[in-house]
Unconditional design. Structure first.
Length: 152
């Protein structure tokens, strides 16, 4: 598989990750809105108010998650997968002696053709270290040295 095809596959996995999270959060928001609308005042007034407050907290939490998802989508729109450079930037794949990274969003472990990549944000601690690096070079993270073999 060509470097560009690997990038494309990783990018599509990240898009799928974001869309899946978006669906889950929208589902939570929808079900909470329905629950809030169906809540009726009963003789147990305190219990009713507690239930509404809990739903309201869930809605706020879902709103924050929705904001994070929008930021991830924005980050993905800034990635140009056709750009190949030996300097690590948003959209780069960095292959090291132990772990392979895709500088994009924090989507975790992705396997492409039996090879493991970790989609990480450029604002994550390891992402900040990798940003701007050239191959060959090395970084030290959590007391471990990572030798950068290739960046594309």
């Amino acid at each position: 598989m060509l470097q560009l095809e690997i990038k494309e596959a990783l990018f599509k996995e990240c898009e799928g990750f974001v869309n899946n999270r978006l669906q889950n959060v929208e589902s939570v928001i929808s079900s909470n809105q329905k629950a809030l609308q169906s809540e009726t005042k009963s003789s147990a007034g305190d219990k009713h108010e507690t239930g509404r407050a809990m739903l309201q907290l869930e809605m706020e939490k879902a709103g924050q998650q929705l904001s994070g998802i929008k930021q991830m989508k924005e980050t993905l729109t800034r990635i140009d997968i056709s750009k190949i450079s030996n300097i690590a930037h948003l959209g780069s794949i960095i292959e090291t002696n132990t772990i392979n990274y895709f500088l994009s969003i924090s989507a975790g472990k992705i396997t492409i053709l039996n090879k493991i990549y970790f989609a990480i944000s450029v604002s994550s601690p390891i992402g900040k270290l990798l940003l701007g690096k050239k191959a060959p070079s090395s970084i030290v993270f959590n007391g471990k040295t990572f030798d950068i073999h290739q960046i594309f």
